[in-house]
Design a protein around this ligand. Structure first.
Ligand SMILES: [Zn+2]
Length: 96
């Protein structure tokens, strides 16, 4: 429970909400079906909310591919930029 500057109580439901665990047979981090060496699905709502609850910010693609080999990350970054994905969705906020 937080209070804004007018003293109104607010709740961050994205932070407080309870997530059901991913089903069997999918990635347990992002709840999507992908090869372990490929990035997590940044668009997955499970991944977004789970990441938000652990990091107090929404994930970027850089977060989603932090576990990938450098060449995999490079290829994905190139393709994301080629598709016109906004830079703030690709790079970590504290790095951009
Ligand atoms: Zn995943």
């Amino acid at each position: 429970m937080n209070r804004d500057r007018d003293g109104v109580q607010t709740r961050d439901l994205a932070f407080e909400g309870m997530l059901l665990p991913p089903g069997m047979g999918v990635c347990q981090v992002c709840a999507a079906n992908h090869v372990p060496g490929e990035p997590h699905d940044r668009e997955s709502l499970y991944y977004q909310y789970s990441f938000y609850q652990g990091n107090f910010r929404w994930p970027t693609w850089a977060d989603a591919m932090a576990h990938c080999l450098p060449e995999v990350q490079h290829a994905w970054m190139e393709q994301l930029r080629a598709y016109g994905v906004p830079e703030e969705q690709i790079i970590k906020a504290d790095v951009a």
